[in-house]
Design a binder for this molecule. Structure first.
Ligand SMILES: [Zn+2]
Length: 262
């Protein structure tokens, strides 16, 4: 009996109490959620493949939203890290897996054809569910509208998802992200048509918006990919990575203080 009692005591402590007693009656006001970003992706495949890839391998996401029928699946708890972003950066933050929630949308991605690259539509119902989910996540973690981003925003050199057919505008209409004032864009565009800013200006404004890129002053391949990522989001009708007057006007409106201040 003498021999067994201490062991029994230890087992009770470990099993029932779960460690030393902790008084939780005081809490600090200086705290916030560790989740500061939401990153939207497409799966590049169907639902069955997405389940396989996202539950059995090194890649994962917190949520997966199927296309037809649309349904939300949670694969990782919001307070745990999922592996969806990879090498990534926005503003001064990097390695965004640590601070983001990842949402994968079932979508085939794109197909390269003789006529060019063809992307696939997102069903309305899938986007409606995404918007509902985003509203909940934003409320739970107080996510800034500037931090709901696509994979192409945080890894523009490697990724193009969620692609030019992802309806960022619907997210803006739902109040989830900011959208440039289009009247102001039209007002500023003629000046940019008369004189297009140099590449250094585009690079500086893209960086101010949040993209991480080098300010080489050259229209290099890396800069084209960032321009294309920006265009896919705000001017999806043409996302060729060419610096043009409309892109300049959009960037100018998004990155200057609104008139009168807000
Ligand atoms: Zn992705």
């Amino acid at each position: 009996m003498r021999f067994f009692l201490p062991i029994l005591g230890l087992a009770l402590l470990a099993g029932c109490a779960g460690g030393p007693p902790i008084d939780r009656s005081y809490t600090s006001v200086s705290q916030e959620s560790r989740v500061r970003y939401v990153i939207v992706h497409y799966t590049e495949g169907d639902l069955a493949r997405a389940f396989d890839v996202l539950t059995n391998g090194p890649v994962s996401s917190h949520y997966l939203i199927s296309d037809r029928p649309a349904a939300i699946y949670q694969l990782v708890d919001e307070n745990r890290r999922a592996y969806h972003a990879g090498e990534s950066a926005w503003q001064k933050d990097a390695q965004l897996n640590a601070s983001s929630i990842g949402i994968e949308l079932v979508n085939p991605g794109y197909r390269d054809t003789p006529q060019g690259r063809v992307y696939f539509d997102y069903p309305q119902q899938q986007i409606t569910l995404l918007i509902d989910l985003l509203r909940q996540i934003v409320a739970r973690h107080r996510i800034d509208p500037a931090r709901i981003l696509g994979h192409s925003d945080i890894a523009p050199q490697r990724k193009v998802d969620p692609g030019p057919l992802f309806p960022w505008r619907r997210l803006a209409a739902a109040g989830l992200i900011r959208w440039p004032d289009m009247a102001e864009v039209l007002r500023r565009q003629p000046a940019f048509e008369a004189q297009l800013p140099d590449i250094g200006w585009f690079q500086a404004r893209l960086a101010r918006h949040g993209y991480v890129l080098s300010s080489s002053g050259e229209l290099d391949a890396a800069t084209r990919r960032v321009l294309a990522a920006f265009q896919m989001k705000y001017r999806p009708a043409r996302h060729d990575g060419e610096p043009d007057a409309e892109t300049a006007a959009l960037l100018d409106v998004l990155t200057s203080a609104p008139p009168g201040g807000r």
